[in-house]
Structure formats: structure tokens, C-alpha cells
Design a protein around this ligand. Structure first.
Ligand SMILES: [Fe+2]
Ligand SMILES: [Fe+2]
Length: 224
């Protein structure tokens, strides 16, 4: 169980690395982890493990982003392209796939666990805050990349909002939601989660990552 914020988010570790997962035939995406067990010819699902793994990936990217913000704070030149890649990925995958699926999972979980309604409602609201803060930060960084004079403190302020919100959000989902979701959500609930958003491959951590994220993947590999 994780307590606290940044330090604990930084401690999120994938349950399996990508190579191990491929060897075991596991397909990642929230609510979509499935493994065909050839010896028994049945599909084994572990959506909570997949959910946790995505959080670990997001936390890793937030750490990379925070490091670039520290570079800005030190008055040096950050890797703006890396920051754009991270924020673009989080917008395209977390905002459009991971969070919408969580919204469905939260609604289902609230029906099973009425005591969690307030917590789940706040987390759902934070998805909108995170998206707005991410778009705001991305637009400021893209302006800086495009040659506009953007005061460093403006980028730092937007980044602080985004990072604090996101890291706190991940930590609370991990500590307050995942275990109870694993306990209470039914196969029908997980089917609804899976069906709520059209499945798209993860463009960075998926089996066939997109070429445009090659530099980001190289940086992730260097950190591993
Ligand atoms: Fe979330
Ligand atoms: Fe999440």
C-alpha cells in the first residue's frame, strides 16, 4: 500500500517488464490484459495488474518531465522535444484511453462500494483537471520550441500544477482504488470498461511503438 505522494509514485514499479509480458503473451491496456494459457486453452485476465503497470509507465514519464523542469529551474536549457513527446503521449493515451476507461470502472465500483463515491467522484474530476493542465503546459512548451519568448516561471508554474496533480492522482488510485476494484468488479464490469473506449495500441509502451516516439523510448531505455 502506498502512502504519500511523489516518493511513493516514484516507487511504482511495473509488475512485469515489457519483455516478460510478451513472453507470457500478456497484452497491456487497462482492462484488457489477457493471457491465453495454451496448457489450459482458456483466457486468463488480470486487469488490475495491467492497470498498475500503466500507472508505473506514467509515473516514469512524470519523473522524466520533472527532471527537465528542474533543468529549467536551474536556468539551463531543457530537452523541450522530450517534454513535448511526454505530454503528447499522456494526452493521446492517458487522457483518451486510460482515463475514460477509469471513469467507467469508477462508476461501476461506486455501485458496488457506495462508501467510495466521494473519492471516485474526485478522481474522475481530476481527469479533467489533468487534461486541461497538460494541454496548457504543452502549449507553453510548444510556444517556446516555436521561438516565442515564454518566461521560465510560466512553464514552471504550469508544470508544477500538472505534476503535483498527476502524481497525487496516481498515488491515490493505487492506494485507494485498485485493490478494491480487483475485489469488487465483476467480469461484466471489466467487459464494460474494456468496451467503453475503442482499443488502440499504446504508442510508446505497446508492442509496436510509433516511430515518432523513438527518442522518448531511447530515453526510457537509458533510464531502465
Ligand atoms: Fe485516473
Ligand atoms: Fe489511472
Amino acid at each position: 500500500m502506498w502512502v504519500g505522494l511523489q516518493a511513493d509514485v516514484a516507487g511504482i514499479a511495473p509488475t512485469l517488464d515489457r519483455r516478460q509480458a510478451r513472453e507470457r503473451g500478456i497484452v497491456f491496456h487497462l482492462g484488457l490484459a489477457s493471457r491465453t494459457d495454451a496448457s489450459r486453452s482458456i483466457a486468463v485476465t488480470d486487469p488490475v495488474a495491467a492497470w498498475h503497470t500503466e500507472h508505473a509507465y506514467f509515473a516514469q514519464l512524470l519523473r522524466l518531465l520533472r527532471r527537465e523542469i528542474d533543468v529549467i529551474h536551474a536556468g539551463e536549457d531543457p530537452n523541450y522535444e522530450l517534454m513535448v513527446d511526454i505530454l503528447s503521449y499522456l494526452h493521446e493515451y492517458a487522457d483518451r484511453v486510460h482515463h475514460p476507461r477509469e471513469d467507467v470502472a469508477f462508476a461501476r465500483l461506486a455501485r458496488h462500494c457506495p462508501d467510495m463515491k466521494v473519492v471516485l467522484g474526485r478522481l474522475e474530476q481530476e481527469h479533467r483537471v489533468i487534461e486541461t493542465a497538460g494541454i496548457e503546459l504543452l502549449s507553453r512548451i510548444e510556444a517556446a520550441v516555436g521561438g516565442e519568448v515564454v518566461p521560465r516561471e510560466k512553464i514552471e508554474a504550469a508544470a508544477a500544477t500538472f505534476l503535483v496533480y498527476y502524481e497525487s492522482h496516481l498515488a491515490r488510485e493505487e492506494s485507494e482504488v485498485l485493490a478494491r476494484a480487483g475485489k469488487h468488479l465483476t467480469p461484466a464490469d471489466w467487459d464494460a470498461v474494456r468496451a467503453s473506449v475503442a482499443s488502440i495500441p499504446d504508442p510508446v509502451f505497446g508492442k509496436d511503438p510509433q516511430e515518432r516516439f523513438r527518442a522518448l523510448r531511447r530515453q526510457i531505455a537509458r533510464e531502465s
